[in-house]
Design a protein around this ligand. Structure first.
Ligand code: MV4
Length: 421
């Protein structure tokens, strides 16, 4: 959509099951990759690069998933003579290793959760280090992130078992068993800062997103701003987030994730891509982040000064997943036979859904994202409830009823929640 508005032609790639997908139809041109599963199609670097060459594309935008945080792919794009609409491969790599990123952040004066900046060798070394850090302890995989491979140790008796399972999981999931340790923060909030860097050394931030409402590390509801962030804290967190990006030579759009606990914030990790929840930032800051991505990748300088980047009102996003909230959120499959989409003022639906769509198990279950804006948080919540009531997806179950329950909850209304809500 952004590319069309800019007069930029687009080439989509699609798998066998995505012949009728909206991205396939909306692009100026679409090339088949063949295959059904991600590894046979969207994750196959050779196929994607061949399609780019065949079409004569000048640049690749990797989207939110698949190869978007793959440094090898980013390098191959650049080596093929194409522009990579994303951060430098070295920055992706530095932030991808959670031990490396912790060390770089600490050196850059970015607050990190108290803990180690080196891998911990075995359970005995972990027990010794724990005395200095203090319980409870989080054991994490260096190659992890997004919640994979984290173990909580509440007392020394739990250490040996936790170390063994964490290490085994890390080897199995990432082929890299290196572990590190942090103080485990109870009742934290997940607050993240949107950053944007051009190719001339300038970086700015677009405030925070509150992403604590999640289930098994899948975010369900995101909002901007966060009830816990005052203008002073926003300025401080934003400055720290830009410092974090600058420390790895960042370019393009990215997100710096913080844990918020007892009035303090700590660097957790950086997501080196545009994220699913970026529309709430777009609504509150009046910015098209994809346009910014294309422009900075083309060499444009960021022109607004940080002082001119100001939030206005409140935005909320609900992810509409094909899952059954009444039966443990199991994935729901079927053919979409009916679709009524919400509308009205300040309502945005970023959707992959069309009538006749077959929802299977090959991909992530996210069907759509519903985003609303309001002048204040209460108005935005009321508007989201109204918009969710308008939405009707016939043929599969969606998580919308669970989102409605959260939106109606007194603690959500009061802004009184953390990642365990
Ligand atoms: C933590 C933590 C508490 N203390 N680290 C999970 C996702 C990954 N990005 C890091 N995670 C956490 N790390 C320390 N030292 C709690 C979590 C956590 C969490 C973080 C963000 C959003 C949701 C979460 C759900 C459970 C645990």
């Amino acid at each position: 959509r952004t590319a069309r508005e800019m007069g930029v032609e687009t080439v989509a790639v699609y798998s066998d099951v995505d012949r009728r997908a909206l991205h396939t139809r909306m692009a100026h041109e679409a090339l088949p990759l063949g295959g059904t599963l991600p590894r046979e199609s969207y994750l196959d670097m050779d196929k994607v690069l061949a399609a780019a060459q065949e079409s004569g594309a000048e640049a690749i935008h990797p989207g939110y998933g698949f190869l978007s945080e793959n440094a090898v792919f980013a390098r191959r794009v650049v080596e093929a003579g194409l522009a990579w609409i994303g951060p430098p491969p070295d920055a992706i790599e530095a932030m991808g290793d959670k031990i490396t990123s912790r060390r770089i952040m600490k050196e850059a004066g970015v607050p990190v959760v108290p803990g180690l900046t080196d891998p911990v060798a075995d359970a005995d070394a972990a027990l010794e280090a724990a005395e200095g850090i203090g319980y409870p302890i989080a054991i994490k995989a260096a190659a992890g992130g997004g919640g994979k491979g984290i173990r909580i140790v509440r007392d020394p008796g739990e250490m040996a078992g936790a170390f063994r399972t964490a290490s085994g999981e890390a080897v199995a999931a990432f082929g890299d068993g290196r572990l590190y340790m942090e103080r485990y923060l109870d009742e934290p909030r997940h607050v993240e800062i949107q950053v944007l860097f051009d190719h001339h050394g300038t970086g700015v931030h677009y405030g925070e997103r509150e992403c604590s409402i999640q289930r098994r590390h899948q975010k369900l509801i995101e909002e901007s701003p966060s009830v816990v962030v005052t203008p002073e804290i926003r300025a401080r967190m934003g400055e720290v987030a830009v410092r974090a990006g600058a420390a790895v030579g960042y370019q393009n759009a990215g997100t710096v994730e913080f844990l918020w606990s007892k009035g303090e914030f700590y660097f957790l990790e950086m997501n080196t891509r545009l994220q699913v929840e970026h529309p709430v930032t777009e609504m509150v800051y009046g910015v098209d982040l994809v346009r910014e991505q294309l422009e900075v990748a083309a060499g444009k300088r960021i022109d607004p000064a940080q002082a001119d980047i100001k939030p206005r009102g409140w935005a909320i996003e609900v992810r509409i997943n094909a899952e059954d909230p009444f039966h443990g959120f199991v994935p729901s499959t079927g053919t979409i036979h009916n679709l009524r989409v919400p509308g009205g003022p300040f309502v945005r639906l970023d959707s992959a859904v069309y009538r006749g769509m077959e929802v299977g198990l090959a991909y992530d279950p996210m069907l759509a994202k519903l985003i609303v804006w309001g002048p204040d948080r209460d108005t935005a919540i009321q508007r989201m409830i109204r918009a969710l009531q308008e939405l009707n997806v016939g043929g599969v179950r969606t998580g919308a009823p669970a989102a409605l329950e959260v939106l109606e909850h007194p603690r959500f209304r009061a802004g009184d929640f953390d990642t365990h809500f």
